[in-house]
Design a protein around this ligand. Structure first.
Ligand code: PLP
Length: 418
């Protein structure tokens, strides 16, 4: 067969590593074209929450596809979107009154930034500066990259990225972060965007709920909009529906995607407090919120999200999350004592650890070697540099999870031998 024309994301084709073809997915398992069963220990890029092809979500998609497949959303609406919006406002903090649909985590962030800038512009006090936390990741569109960490993955585009204020990642009790945020807030920035509790792509870096609460409080005191990017941390990953819950924080703007549809369809929402919506509410058409994409609130994706909300209401999702968290902790305790393991950590259902590597960093040579060993072991894990993390769907069995932890122990032993 001729070479595939597919250009894969975050994949260096020049390294000649094989691309695995998957023909079926169920629960926490992927089945390859060669008939191998592979455990999906990264929830297919952090999206799959209840497991692949959850029957209720599959059925909802099937049914909706035969009713309304797609509908323009500017001034038109449909039941699945209305139900999702109401379902979200019913389970999220009541201050978040408005739901804006888009189709990926990156676009939910772009929308959040535009809402924040629009709020200030239409309030007659234009503010433009965005504050971010160092090591953050918010997506790969230009705006989302601008508010994320700069590095090898966005260096070619750097001249186009807008300038932001960077707040250091919390050390110890986080006083360094709070002090820097306090100082930066005096310059009247528009907003501070943050990944609550866990900085995912930055290396599964974790910080405490106390720091999160303190950051939100500083922003509140200075009237700086607090944007919580819960694209990765939302939908139970950190042990609660939202990570912000653990800090008693209600953001001004909240980004959700990935697990919104249980990880089955591309859909995102950006929720806002009422004053942000009201700043755009006007008889003046110039104050319209000018943002959309063709598939905004696609009915099939919304039907999947509606099914996801029903699963959260009707199935013991929180119990599954607690069980998974405990099993992950047991596995982490076992891995933590092995030679070469540094900084073992857990937040809810996510565990992470660093493998000793003096070179370290995102381009650590360990990553491709580890990934290949995991692949041989029938486990899908994708280290971030020398950081290995496990973020499985909540339905993963105890046996499969043990296999994942065993694969990590084995692979680390191999790479540390040199
Ligand atoms: N924000 C965070 C915190 C993320 O982890 C990600 C993706 O991993 C994004 C935004 C971007 O989401 P998407 O890949 O759906 O555009």
């Amino acid at each position: 067969m001729s070479e595939s024309p597919v250009w894969h994301p975050f994949w260096q084709h020049g390294l000649g590593q094989p691309v695995t073809r998957v023909t079926r997915a169920e629960g926490a398992a992927l089945y390859t074209a060669e008939g191998r069963r592979v455990i999906d220990a990264v929830s297919s890029w952090w999206v799959t929450t209840h497991g692949h092809c959850h029957p209720r979500i599959v059925e909802a998609i099937r049914e909706q596809a035969g009713q309304i497949d797609q509908l323009i959303f500017a001034g038109w609406t449909h039941d699945p979107a209305e139900d999702v919006a109401r379902g979200l406002t019913a389970i999220l903090p009541p201050e978040l009154t408005r739901v804006f649909f888009s189709d990926s985590g990156s676009t939910s962030v772009e929308v959040a930034l535009k809402m924040a800038l629009g709020f200030w512009a239409h309030s007659g006090e234009p503010r433009h500066r965005i504050l971010v936390m160092e090591h953050s990741y918010h997506g790969d569109t230009i705006g989302a990259m601008s508010v994320g960490e700069r590095g090898v993955y966005n260096a070619p585009y750097d001249p186009l990225l807008f300038d932001v204020g960077r707040i250091p990642f919390p050390v110890g009790d986080g006083a360094n972060t709070i002090e820097a945020l306090e100082a930066a807030c005096c310059d009247r920035p528009a907003a501070f965007i943050v990944e609550p509790l866990v900085l995912g792509a930055g290396g599964m870096m974790m910080y405490g709920a106390g720091v999160l609460a303190a950051m939100a409080e500083v922003c509140r005191r200075h009237g700086v909009l607090f944007i919580a990017d819960e694209v990765m941390t939302g939908w139970g990953r950190t042990g609660t529906l939202l990570a912000c819950e653990q800090a008693g924080v209600v953001p001004d703007i909240l980004c959700l995607a990935k697990g919104l549809t249980g990880g089955s369809m591309p859909l995102a929402v950006t929720l806002a407090r009422e004053p942000i919506f009201q700043a755009h509410w006007s008889t003046d058409r110039a104050k319209t919120f000018y943002h959309s994409s063709s598939y905004t609130a696609n009915p099939i994706a919304c039907a999947a999200a509606r099914a996801n909300l029903a699963i959260w209401r009707e199935e013991p999702v929180r119990e599954r999350i607690a069980t998974l968290g405990a099993r992950q902790q047991a596995g982490l305790d076992r891995l933590a004592v092995l030679p070469g393991i540094r900084n073992p950590r857990r937040c809810g259902t996510i565990i992470a650890l660093d493998v000793e590597d003096p070179a370290g960093g995102y381009l650590s040579a360990l990553a491709p070697r580890l990934m290949a060993l995991f692949r041989e072991a029938g486990v899908l894990l994708r280290p971030l540099g020398n950081t290995i993390y496990v973020m499985p769907p909540y339905c993963i069995s105890a046996e499969d999870l043990t296999r994942v932890h065993d694969a990590i122990a084995d692979a680390v032993a191999v790479v540390l031998k040199g």
